[in-house]
Each structure stands twice: as structure tokens, then as C-alpha cells.
Design a protein around this ligand. Structure first.
Ligand SMILES: *Cc1c(COP(=O)(O)O)cnc(C)c1O
Length: 230
């Protein structure tokens, strides 16, 4: 089941790349495994997944030691400052940096653990009240502040688009965040690159790929519906 789902999602990514004239090697599929048991992650791993996305610190702490060391773990959920210390040496990329104070805590813990941490700035493109992330016009200021932190490296932007019936409704947000990332990269800020655009989920990843996503985060489309009550 998971193997077939992975094949299907990868095929749809390839087709979206083809439509957009992109090389599908530019796009990495992150298998979003929150709430899912190890056996399911192992199945995805056996079928080639090396990038997994998780939302909760405790789940990362539990899963990382039990799975192969060549996995790249992505922290995609909202991160509280007091929990940074638990994941700093476990994840490859934090997608959800949305305040200078959080970036400063990542700096502090990275230095302490003697690691360098790659991060993305989370942008709430549709300005939904229920979502975390910066407003579009706050991003450049935030990037400038975080660029000064020597152990924190901004690699791009991330957005969670609204939940919509028709994925075309989100194209505007994907286009706009890509334009924002181009604008920021033109500023040539030291210690900042804009190579990564993390956008697109089960409902809208093809549109995101057409608009330039380099990381897509797919959960339900690979592992099936989640049960949060366990
Ligand atoms: C849960 C989650 C996903 C995956 O969502 P699906 O709709 O199941 O693909 C992607 N990104 C973030 C930030 C998430 O929290």
C-alpha cells in the first residue's frame, strides 16, 4: 500500500515537473510520518524514502534512534523555544522558524551541541489567523536579523497553504512566495540562501511543484488518513 502510494506520488511529481519544464531531481519528496508507527516508516524507507517530516518533538525523540542513520529528518511543526534542545542534534532542517527569538534559541543550542543548523522561514502567505508564520512583509527584516547568527543558516522559505477543495486556489500563494524568495536572494545577504522552497501537501503538491517547490511534504497521500486520538 505505502509502496504503491509512493510510486503514485512520485509519478505525479514527475509529471508536474514535466509540465513546468523542470528537472524532477530538483524536487525532494518528504514523507510526513507524524502519528504513524515505525513499521510504516520502515516500509517507506524500504521503498526509497530518505526524507521524513515530523511535527512533534517527542515523536522525533522516539523515532530517530530506532531508524537508519541515513534518514534526513525534517521538523515541520511549530517549535517551542524550550524544546529546541531536544531536536537540535536530530534533524537536518527546521522548516518552521517564525521568530527571531526562536532563531536565537536555535543558535544557542547549535553552538552548545557543536552543530550547524539549516532552517527555513515559515511564511503565512494567506494570513490565516489559525496558522503560524510571518506575514509577507515581515520576512526580509527577520532574514536580516537571523543572518547574523553564525550557527543558523537560512536556506529558504516554507509555507502551509490554506485547506482548499480546489488546489488551483493555492497557486497564487505558491507564486507569491516564490517571488518573495527571488526578491530576498537578490539582496545577496551573507549566510542566507534561497535555494529551498518547502510547499505543497497531499491536496496541492502538484500545483506547488509547477510553481517551483523544491521540497514537498506529503503525509496522507503516502500513509493514509491520520488518527490523532491514539
Ligand atoms: C501534516 C503536515 C503535512 C502533511 O499533510 P497531508 O495533507 O497529510 O499531506 C505537511 N506539512 C505540514 C506542516 C504538516 O503539518
Amino acid at each position: 500500500m505505502i509502496a504503491e502510494n509512493l510510486d503514485e506520488v512520485r509519478k505525479r511529481i514527475d509529471q508536474a515537473c514535466e509540465r513546468a519544464g523542470r528537472d524532477s531531481k530538483e524536487v525532494t519528496l518528504i514523507a510526513v510520518s507524524k502519528t504513524k508507527p515505525l513499521a510504516m516508516l520502515e516500509e517507506a524507507y524500504a521503498h526509497g524514502s530518505r526524507d521524513f517530516g515530523e511535527n512533534w518533538v517527542q515523536e522525533i525523540q522516539e523515532k530517530v534512534p530506532l531508524l537508519p542513520a541515513d534518514i534526513h529528518w525534517h521538523m515541520i511543526g511549530h517549535l517551542q523555544r524550550n524544546k529546541v534542545k531536544y531536536i537540535i542534534d536530530k534533524v537536518s532542517l527546521i522548516h518552521s522558524v517564525d521568530s527571531v527569538r526562536l532563531a536565537e534559541e536555535i543558535e544557542k543550542q547549535a553552538e552548545k551541541h557543536n552543530v550547524e543548523m539549516d532552517v527555513l522561514i515559515e511564511v503565512n502567505m494567506a494570513e490565516e489567523e489559525t496558522k503560524f508564520g510571518l506575514k509577507k512583509d515581515e520576512v526580509i527584516q527577520m532574514v536580516r536579523e537571523c543572518a547574523k547568527l553564525p550557527h543558523v543558516h537560512i536556506k529558504g522559505l516554507m509555507t502551509i497553504a490554506p485547506f482548499v477543495e480546489n488546489p488551483e486556489d493555492n497557486r497564487q500563494y505558491f507564486k507569491a512566495i516564490r517571488e518573495l524568495s527571488v526578491d530576498i536572494s537578490r539582496e545577496n545577504i551573507d549566510n542566507v540562501s534561497m535555494g529551498i522552497l518547502s510547499m505543497g501537501m497531499t491536496g496541492d503538491f502538484e500545483v506547488a511543484v509547477e510553481e517551483g517547490a523544491t521540497l514537498v511534504r506529503v503525509g496522507t497521500g503516502i500513509f493514509g488518513e491520520r488518527n490523532y486520538n491514539k
